[in-house]
Design a binder for this molecule. Sequence first.
Ligand code: FE2
Length: 416
Amino acid sequence: MLATKAELHVSRELLPRLSEARRRTDELFDLVRPDSLYDRPIPERHRIIFYIGHLEAFDLNLLNGRLLSLANSDPDLDRLFAFGIDPVGGGLPTDQPSDWPSLGKVRQYVQRTRDELDEGLGSLRNGPHRASAEFSSALLLNVAIEHRLMHAETLAYMLHRLPYNRKNPRPIPPRLTLVPDISTMIEVPQGPAMLGLERNGDTFGWDNEYERHWVDIPAFAIDRYKIRNSEYLDFINSGGYANRTLWSDADWQWKETNGISHPAFWRQDDNGREWFWKGMFNEIPLPPDWPAYVSHAEASAYARWAGKSLPTEDQWQRAAYGSPDGQGRQYPFGVEDMLGNGWEWTSTVFAPFAGFEPFPFYPGYSADFFDGKHYVIKGASMRTAACMLRPSFRNWFQPHYQYVYAGFRCVSNPLA
Ligand SMILES: [Fe+2]
């Protein structure tokens, strides 16, 4: 029997992409010294061991019963590793290393699950298969692939925080692109921004990317480039972290409570004379012309200090893809460096577009975060997988999370 176009898409594109995504996450776990796999480099997140089990558990929980029919070999671990965490309101996880299964047990679970999935997926490769009546194989496999690739990026943030002596050094990943020392703003005329994805189109998207719609945006001006470390240092040197008027109540309280006086990627020497940038495997003198990676709270304070604002999601979208006729195209106004050199914070609280419907097989992916406590980031970092560079992709984090590869640019809005 001849394979259908959909089956060929699965066997020739999606399954190889799943293998490649696994290679990327395996490679990240290999960076961690075995005696550090139960560490928790970021207080708001699980211990590293969770993520080793999570990626396979997610794939199994997603695909089994929908695309595949596998014997459920360890339901307790399937549940234990089902979901990550993002606590709001300051409550941090308190579990101990001894609360988690042994490394041997987790590794065995991962291998067995991966083998079972591959056996099931291999039979898809060989022709007719029982796809869920409700969801196509392509949709479910795209979810598995992008979920894993998103973790490849967030794991990189996490392992970035792990002390250097707990990692196996690797060749340094590509460095950030320099941001030119030109502080110009680009005028963006009034006009439409196209947001979201058309349902039933060919492009895969997550639930929060639908529906496609247009928003008319008044004229504004936006920084041509992201804010550089040297510019952010001017803000620090001018007393920005001690100036109460630049911070919202919640941001000030967070900063004071945690004694925050600079970005998490920066370290000042003991004499207070020199700044260093904390890379994945070593520190270097602070590069003045790399984008400043900061939290939303710090980006917002800088913008106020500069007499400007962070862009809204709609403004960012118009600057990146807008055009007079309302159809999308890239970089129409000469704004630069919007993809691949760091995400960019917006002032927009993460919320559903009109017509939002959660994926029934992953209802909490977005909906759990429509709580008014997360902000949209747009663009991409150097660790973002290329498939997520589509204009409709939306990402989100809490405003006090300092560890994302995210910077910002500012906008000036005409007086209303
Ligand atoms: Fe996850």
